[in-house]
Every structure is written in structure tokens, then in C-alpha cells.
Design a protein around this ligand. Structure first.
Ligand SMILES: Cc1cc2nc3c(=O)[nH]c(=O)nc-3n(C[C@H](O)[C@H](O)[C@H](O)COP(=O)(O)OP(=O)(O)OC[C@H]3O[C@@H](n4cnc5c(N)ncnc54)[C@H](O)[C@@H]3O)c2cc1C
Length: 260
């Protein structure tokens, strides 16, 4: 068994769902109370050959849930995800006791339109926001004062992970618009929704929803290139940088120039 020490909780897996060969979610029970805000991340640790290996993971679940949920993508050449991938129900990993991150829903700027844009696992913090708002709405602490506009990109529909749940919330919540889009529809003939890369759809939906640099806050999460492209688009639409929030999941390897 791994030793948790002062800084870590043990997190025992209670559920594991495989969405596609490379994408899966887990729910865990932590060995102590873990307080966080929707949009924050946890630092998970697995024992490597010589040392503990740690990585940040956005929390999918909302703070009122009694377990924590994570959505992972396997990076076959990576250090940590191949280890996480092996873990099954009943197995444990380590989790730092302190959550981190500022990628939370910003209701302090007087702007009530929130444009959320994600690729694949980058949906995680947004599911947490939406679960929280749905519950607050049910308990009448939230009455639709804030509008959520969510664009969610993946190559194929089985990579969304939370498609059914988000469609269900959107069907019931007047404050939520949800548009999933598939960039490789030729691999997914049964998909009848939006197609194209999420970055290429930002202009269309921002126009349709009348969102611009004067009335919205943008939240970009996931693939570094998507974030770069969308930031450029939003800046050209007049979004000041103070209203563009980002959570970049990894730093792309520098392209090595090949001499010819
Ligand atoms: C704030 C934050 C939240 C995050 N939340 C999530 C999350 O909810 N779910 C999740 O799966 N990941 C998330 N990540 C990414 C995660 O922390 C790891 O970087 C990722 O799981 C890869 O870890 P690894 O040890 O397997 O690969 P590493 O050994 O760290 O990386 C190997 C190589 O792969 C590249 N790489 C890393 N991730 C990817 C990727 N997804 N696709 C392509 N190349 C990649 C790296 O740049 C590196 O060159 C988050 C990152 C941050 C900073």
C-alpha cells in the first residue's frame, strides 16, 4: 500500500468507465475531506520506479458530491497516464490534500455571459460548473442570472464522455446552451450534430449568441493549439485579455527542424 504522509490523501477508485480505447473516467473516495471550487484541479500521484510521479487533473465532479471524478486521456508515451490507466476499482492512488487553480466561473466582473470552449478532457471543469449550477438552480439559489454557452470539440462523438449528461442538462436549463462538435465526421457516420473543429466554430456561435468583447467572459480548456487559435479569434473580436481565462493541459514538444 502507498504511504500517504502529511501532504496526501489516499484516493480509492470506486468506479471506472471506459469511453474509448484512450479515454476513461474514474470516481474516487478520498481518505479525508477535500474542499474545492468548481473548475479547480487535484494533483494525483502514482508510484514510479524511483519516485512518486504527480500530475494535475481537473475535477469533473461538483463540490457537493461525496466522491471526486476525473476524466483522463491516455498519452501512450507519457509517464503517468499509462500507470493511471492500469488502475481498477478498489485500487488506490495518492492525491495532494490541497486543490489548486483559478479556472473558476467568474461572476465578479458584472458580465453574465460565459463562453466555455473545450477539447476532449478539457470538458472536465465545465461539467463541474454545470453540475453545481444545476443543483443551485434546483434549490433556487441560482435563477439563471448567468448564461453558459458551451462549445465542446472532439474528433469523434464517443470521445465526448459527458455528451448525454450535458444534453440532458441543456434540455432542462434555459441558462445553458451546449454545442458538441465532431472534427472527423467521416469516422462517425451516425453523428448528426455539428461538425468541424471547435476553433473554427467560435465565430459562428459567438455571432449567433451575440457574444463579444463587451458582454462575455471566455474560458478555454484543453489542447494548447486550440487555446492559441481561439485566443487570437477572441482578441480580434475585441475580448480584452482580462476576460479570457485559460487552462492549458500540456506544453507541445518543440518541433525539431529537419535539415533536408
Ligand atoms: C491544470 C491542468 C489540468 C489538467 N487536467 C487534465 C484532465 O482533466 N485530464 C487529462 O487527461 N489531462 C489533464 N491534464 C494533463 C495532465 O496533467 C498530464 O499532462 C497528462 O495526463 C499527461 O501525463 P503523462 O505523465 O502521461 O505524460 P507526460 O510524460 O507528462 O508527457 C509526455 C508528452 O506528451 C505530451 N502530452 C501530454 N498530455 C498530452 C495529451 N493529452 N495529448 C497529447 N500530448 C500530450 C507532453 O507535452 C509531453 O511531451 C491537465 C493539465 C493541467 C496543467
Amino acid at each position: 500500500m502507498m504511504v500517504a504522509g502529511d501532504k496526501f490523501f489516499r484516493a480509492r477508485i470506486t468506479r471506472r468507465v471506459q469511453f474509448s480505447p484512450e479515454l476513461w473516467m474514474i470516481r474516487v473516495q478520498a481518505s479525508g475531506e477535500f474542499k474545492f471550487a468548481p473548475g479547480q484541479y487535484a494533483t494525483l500521484g502514482v508510484q514510479g520506479v524511483h519516485k512518486l510521479l504527480e500530475r494535475p487533473y481537473s475535477i469533473v465532479s461538483a463540490p457537493f458530491e461525496d466522491e471526486l471524478e476525473f476524466f483522463f486521456e491516455l498519452v501512450p508515451q507519457g509517464e503517468v497516464t499509462p500507470e493511471l490507466y492500469k488502475l481498477q476499482v478498489g485500487d488506490e492512488m495518492l492525491m495532494r490534500k490541497v486543490p489548486k487553480g483559478r479556472f473558476t466561473l467568474d461572476t465578479s466582473k458584472g458580465r453574465t455571459n460565459h463562453l466555455l470552449i473545450s477539447t476532449v478532457t478539457g470538458i472536465a471543469p465545465f461539467v463541474s460548473y454545470i453540475r453545481m449550477l444545476t443543483r443551485d438552480s434546483r434549490e433556487q439559489r441560482f435563477r439563471g442570472e448567468h448564461q453558459i454557452y458551451l462549445l465542446n470539440g472532439a474528433s469523434r462523438s464517443w470521445e465526448f464522455g459527458y455528451l448525454d449528461e450535458l444534453n440532458r442538462h441543456a434540455a432542462q436549463a434555459p441558462w445553458l446552451k451546449y454545442v458538441p462538435t465532431v472534427s472527423r465526421p467521416w469516422d462517425d457516420p451516425n453523428w448528426s450534430g455539428e461538425v468541424g473543429r471547435v476553433d473554427d466554430l467560435v465565430r459562428k456561435y459567438a455571432d449567433m449568441w451575440s457574444l463579444d468583447g463587451t458582454n462575455a467572459i471566455a474560458y478555454l480548456c484543453g489542447h494548447p493549439e486550440m487555446i492559441e487559435h481561439v485566443k487570437g479569434i477572441l482578441k480580434r473580436r475585441g475580448f480584452p485579455k482580462e476576460v479570457i481565462k485559460e487552462e492549458i493541459y500540456w506544453v507541445p514538444k518543440k518541433q525539431v527542424a529537419v535539415a533536408t
